[in-house]
Design a protein around this ligand. Structure first.
Ligand SMILES: Cc1cc2nc3c(=O)[nH]c(=O)nc-3n(C[C@H](O)[C@H](O)[C@H](O)COP(=O)(O)OP(=O)(O)OC[C@H]3O[C@@H](n4cnc5c(N)ncnc54)[C@H](O)[C@@H]3O)c2cc1C
Length: 499
């Protein structure tokens, strides 16, 4: 038996024993061993000249997938030549990082896809705490590099699988407390426009283009490299509070918000149907003064955590088992202290859906804090009516975005990130579309917005209500790219002028 298979089984036995000790029956053991048996599956490869994204619902024929060559000087000249060739042959160009957007934002039918991921060099200016990094670099490339220098990423998503270019082009956010989205940590970047010229953009130079390309979904040009502010890598102490949803804000205010050293916060809501959104786990991370950080290590117990997570997609029993594991067992299993970089050092593949029949789909809604109780009540009603297979609801706070044009955080917002399992069929798609539209309406009624990198289910009306300056955004896109060279499915649905 291979070593890693042995390790998997041993860990499974440990967890099952822990669950048994906690008073559960033999049913969890059977449930988990079924979930573990699916762990070995991998996602299939795409056929030649086909593109898709993390949704696995967007497989599209493209003309060419072009990888940026690694040699810097020559690469930029080759990239400019590629754009000229595309213009000459009237081909549209889309830009792809790690392709974790879900609405064809990296794809144009029969177009050229520029794959940036080989473009991943980086250099740290320790004095200024600025990382100069090429846009195809993934956080998983960056974290080990910064770790050696005692630094960390200032703002990023909850996992490390994303590219810098993709992250700033959707203006991602994380659970770094008291921080706006990632654009606030960008000092400057260089971008290649449709005519092959390169511009530097910052708050002082080309300010308009700076605000458009950040959160600009690849519609203004190819972001080449970025100067990103970085922060110290510190040791954090973890604290958890499990409370009824109605007490969550008060608990946050009295027990978390004003504690010294607060750095990161997120909450996870109960998704077990009997107590849907009724209870919340609040997770807070505080700096440990003088705490020593260590070398980065691989995430631990991934097979088990995957089994518990994927098992929760299978049945309500699995959802209950996971909630019990998270609320009763996880606090005692977790390291009490963890470094910031270690916290970020996990990829999305740990939990990814590898089934051929279903796929996992993300949604995200932003509402101002005082509207949260009303939004949660409406969300619960919608979920009860639709009965989707809901896997996760996490909650974070995002400060007002002062930098981007097409902004979701036009004020301080509470973000609800939801993960669902969906059938990869037309029926599955229609059901998800109808659920999404109702949830978007609920967010809009509460002065909220929804996040744009996911499925393109919002109607035109909903999109423009959520982003009132979107028409101006697309007019400016055509000012910088008059031939509309840079296009993708997002632009086709919401931005292009029908000719
Ligand atoms: C499992 C999962 C978890 C997630 N968690 C979070 C989260 O915690 N917080 C959050 O905010 N978001 C989250 N997201 C969304 C994620 O941040 C975005 O999908 C992000 O775009 C992913 O980066 P990417 O490299 O995959 O981008 P891609 O999907 O490759 O690209 C996204 C957009 O950026 C453009 N783009 C990419 N590179 C460049 C470039 N060099 N120049 C110009 N344009 C470019 C593309 O054209 C496209 O429009 C999550 C997504 C998934 C699937």
């Amino acid at each position: 038996m291979k070593k890693h298979a042995q390790r998997r089984i041993i860990r499974a036995i440990i967890l099952i024993s822990l669950l048994a000790l906690a008073g559960f029956s033999i049913r969890p053991a059977i449930h988990l061993s079924n979930a573990i048996s699916g762990n070995h599956k991998t996602r299939g490869e795409l056929p030649y000249n086909q593109a898709d994204d993390a949704s696995r619902l967007n497989q599209t024929k493209v003309n060419e997938v072009w990888h940026i060559p690694v040699d810097t000087d020559d690469a930029e000249a080759q990239l400019a030549e590629l754009l000229e060739r595309a213009q000459k042959h009237r081909l549209k160009v889309s830009i792809a990082g790690a392709k974790h957007s879900m609405g064809g934002h990296t794809i144009y039918p029969d177009g050229i896809v520029i794959n940036t991921t080989s473009w991943n060099g980086m250099e740290l200016d320790t004095e200024r705490s600025i990382l100069k990094v090429q846009s195809g670099a993934l956080w998983s490339d960056i974290l080990p590099y910064l770790n050696k220098h005692g630094k960390s990423v200032a703002i990023m998503q909850s996992n490390h699988s994303f590219s810098v270019g993709g992250s700033i082009s959707v203006n991602c956010h994380g659970w770094q407390y008291g921080r706006p989205p990632i654009a606030s940590s960008v000092e400057s970047f260089r971008i290649m426009l449709a005519d092959g010229t390169i511009e530097r953009c910052s708050r002082q130079e080309n300010r308009e283009l700076f605000s458009l390309a950040l959160g600009g979904y690849g519609l203004f040009g190819i972001i080449l490299d970025v100067d990103l502010h970085v922060v110290p890598n510190e040791l954090y102490r973890i604290e958890q509070h499990i409370v009824p949803v109605d007490e969550s804000m008060a608990t946050f205010d009295s027990k978390i918000k004003n504690q010294p050293g607060l750095q990161m916060v997120y909450a996870r809501m109960n998704i077990v149907p009997e107590n849907l959104l009724g209870e919340v786990i609040l997770n807070a991370f505080y700096s440990v003064p003088g705490g020593q950080t260590k070398e980065l290590t691989e995430p631990t117990m991934t097979e088990l955590r995957r089994a518990v997570f994927r098992g929760s997609a299978e049945s309500n029993f699995g959802k209950k088992l996971r909630w019990n594991a998270e609320t009763k067992l996880q606090p005692s299993l977790k390291d009490k202290n963890i470094s910031r970089n270690q916290l970020f050092n996990e990829g999305v593949e740990v939990f990814e859906n590898r089934s051929t029949e279903t796929t996992d789909i993300l949604h995200e809604y932003f509402v101002p804090r005082h509207r949260v109780p009303k939004f949660v009540n409406t969300m619960r009603k919608i979920l009860k009516a639709h009965e989707p297979n809901l896997l996760n609801v996490t909650v974070r706070s995002v400060e007002r975005d002062e930098d981007t044009f097409l902004r979701y955080a036009d004020q301080q917002m509470i973000a609800f990130v939801m993960l669902y399992v969906q059938q990869r069929t037309d029926t599955g798609e229609r059901a998800m579309e109808s659920l999404t539209r109702e949830l978007i309406d609920a967010a809009l009624e509460n002065n909220g917005r929804y996040y744009l990198p996911y499925r393109l289910h919002a109607t035109q009306k909903q999109f423009h209500r959520a982003y009132p300056n979107a028409s101006e955004f697309f007019t400016l896109k055509r000012k910088y790219d008059p031939q509309e060279l840079f296009q993708n499915q997002f632009y086709l649905k919401y931005g292009s002028i029908q000719r």
